[in-house]
Design a binder for this molecule. Structure first.
Ligand code: AMP
Ligand code: MN
Ligand code: MN
Ligand code: MN
Length: 299
């Protein structure tokens, strides 16, 4: 876990706006995720499963029991200039029909992609991966690369999920299939239409370079995106400072999230995040949240 290497200072109040459950590719069910968040002192949690909102009812019920404010969220897979981006929707209405239908369309596409991934792996002598990944996905209504990675790790093709992604499922390696998701315009439209705020997840992961990054942020602002993730388990401390600067310059809100997928599969544990740099305007500014304690003055 990276928390052993990075100086982390739990942000006060303890807000974590990016997490996954078994509804997508997380390890814990929504209620177990909330129970875990409570043990980590999280006061505000967003459940942001990939391309599905089916966990939000259970999460909301468990959050009430745990005295946590649950922010209904989603992480939408987007294709922008031939690259995959992840756009978080925070504070969405999970019943908004265009969002519900849009996410169903993405999950249908994922099923086609899963068959194509399995066919690719077949050619490399790895058989039965569609069934294997489906079994890993369990009750989830979607199949993701993480489910394939868990199957491959279980079969001994690599020592763990992280190592699988070095040898398989990524560009140039067996099991990689390029896929077209939905447009940035559509994703932001569904999020905003449902009353939510759109946030670019882990922007450093896309390795866009200055000019494309500038273009993305300009387009995102034009489409009325709200913020970018500054603090993320995908970011180094230097990248957190870089994106804090960009958020401030572009007048975007800053968000923070562990991107927790489960024990042993995430760099940051739930709620164990460094604080947002002080120049940032947090995305939760203006949210009506009951249980945000006053920040503790650090001496
Ligand atoms: P998908 O949306 O099905 O293409 O899968 C993307 C998911 O795979 C991410 O959300 C992560 O959970 C996981 N993933 C991608 N790259 C890596 C990596 N290098 N190490 C571990 N997990 C990864
Ligand atoms: Mn994931
Ligand atoms: Mn992501
Ligand atoms: Mn995520």
């Amino acid at each position: 876990m990276m928390e052993n290497h990075v100086i982390t200072q739990p942000s006060m109040p303890n807000i974590d706006l990016h997490s996954h459950s078994t509804i997508s590719d997380g390890v814990l069910s929504p209620s177990r995720l909330l129970a875990h968040a409570a043990t980590r002192g999280v006061t505000v949690l967003a459940l942001t499963d990939h391309d599905d909102v089916a966990g939000l009812n259970e999460a909301t019920r468990s959050a009430q029991q745990e005295n946590i404010t649950l922010i209904p969220g989603v992480e939408i897979s987007v294709t922008w200039h031939g690259r995959t981006l992840h756009i978080l929707g925070l504070g969405i209405d999970p019943e908004y029909p265009p969002l519900v239908e849009g996410l169903q369309k993405i999950r249908d596409g994922r099923m086609d992609r899963a068959r194509a991934i399995a066919a690719q792996l077949d050619k490399f002598g790895i058989h039965g991966s569609f069934e294997g990944a489906s079994a890993q996905a369990g009750e989830s209504r979607l199949i993701g690369r993480t489910h394939f990675a868990r199957f491959l790790a279980d079969r001994g093709y690599a020592k763990d999920v992280k190592s699988v992604f070095k040898k398989y499922l990524v560009k140039g390696k067996p099991g990689h299939v390029s896929h077209i998701w939905v447009s940035l315009d559509e994703a932001i439209g569904w999020i905003r239409g449902s009353g939510g705020q759109a946030v670019i997840a882990h922007p450093a992961r896309y390795k866009l370079g200055n000019s494309l990054l500038e273009q993305l942020l300009n387009e995102f602002c034009e489409l009325k995106g709200a913020g970018i993730e500054v603090v993320s388990s995908s970011h180094t401390p230097e990248q957190m400072r870089q994106f804090a600067g960009l958020a401030t310059r572009m007048n975007l809100y800053a968000s923070c999230g562990s991107d927790y997928h489960g024990p042993g599969e995430s760099y940051f544990d739930l709620g164990r995040l460094p604080a947002l740099p002080p120049e940032c305007t947090p995305i939760w500014d203006g949210w009506q949240i009951q249980n945000i304690p006053e920040p503790v003055q650090q001496s």
